[in-house]
Write a protein that binds this ligand. Sequence first.
Ligand SMILES: C[S@@+](CC[C@H](N)C(=O)[O-])C[C@H]1O[C@@H](n2cnc3c(N)ncnc32)[C@H](O)[C@@H]1O
Length: 380
Amino acid sequence: MTHFYYAACTLGLEDVLADEIHALGGRRIENRRGAVAFTGDRWLGYMACLWLRSAVRVQEELARGQIDGREGLYELTRTVDWSQSITHLQTLAVDGSIKDSFANDTRFPVLVVKDAVCDQFRERVNKRPDVDKERPDLRIKLVLQGDEAILYRELGGEPLHKRGYREIQHKSPLNEATAAGLLLRSGWDKRTPLCDPMCGSATFLIEAAWMAMDRAPGLGRAFAFERWRDTDVAAWRRLYDDAEARAEAGKANLPPLCGNDRHPGALSIAEQAVAKAGLTGRIALHHGDAADYVPPFAPGFVVTNPPYGDRLSPDEDALVGSWQSLGRFLHTQCKGAVAWVLCGNPELTRHLGLRTNQKHPVHNGPIECRWLRYEIDGAR
Ligand SMILES: C[S@@+](CC[C@H](N)C(=O)[O-])C[C@H]1O[C@@H](n2cnc3c(N)ncnc32)[C@H](O)[C@@H]1O
């Protein structure tokens, strides 16, 4: 049976996500704004949660129809057999988004969907599931666009970028799925020694290590679909075991990885995250200013997310100083390397003293950024 899926990602990384979905065997792949729609079998949904590095959410479509208001939405919701997903002893939550529809905001339509689901349970077993907005067993997503309504169930539960290795947040961390998507976009070959001279909590380095060792980003965490009644548990176990075996075998393939940051707090978060990600001893971390950083090996590839103001907001001079330091590092330590730099403020890039030869627009949270490629002295 064909299932219809919808995976969300960071704005600007749709092509990267579409490539990942294609590689997993997805069909009828269509890019949307900040998302990719695709079809496949039920096992593809499990694989998507386990393997997609650049996705933040995967949803499965359960119903779609034209509606004229409350009644239509109630009836559409009742066309789904909700007992296939959960029992009355489990929990649910309904979220919604709305554009030009019968209601002014999502509050009322979301309530209609919740009532329709609970009424179906009450009629059958005289009991209804409770609502748990934080960690429901079943999160239903309602999308209202004009007179069309779509109902999805969210496979992952917790967003997919929450890999589980970062318990404490650095001030301005890069979302794990964004970092992975940027690495995929950069075309890094997973073998060239890689460095992040302003690594913060080491997101790029951990995602790079997991990519290089073929470790699925979803290993070691739980997904909502594991708690559903219609999940093929045996097949899921096989997919999971296979991913574990690949990660174990892939440990031999880790290239040299190193990072540096001048903020001791960030480095201690990085060290904890590296340990939690199972990478102790596999990423060389260093404390100091990037301008003086001498990596333990010659980096052939640099990826980094320097400060550009909006969230860390140091003063202008400090920002300029950071970019000058990065420029100095690239010029002195990275001859022949390719560097990719994320920038949310075009005024700052000139302080690198380098000319970019590729620019990709991408969002970092609310900030519109560019992912910039540089070739340092003689790089190809
Ligand atoms: C936007 S954050 C990077 C976040 C990182 N990508 C993450 O996921 O956690 C920028 C980092 O650059 C570091 N930094 C700024 N100027 C620096 C310099 N001159 N030398 C070394 N690190 C610097 C800051 O301490 C901060 O951790």
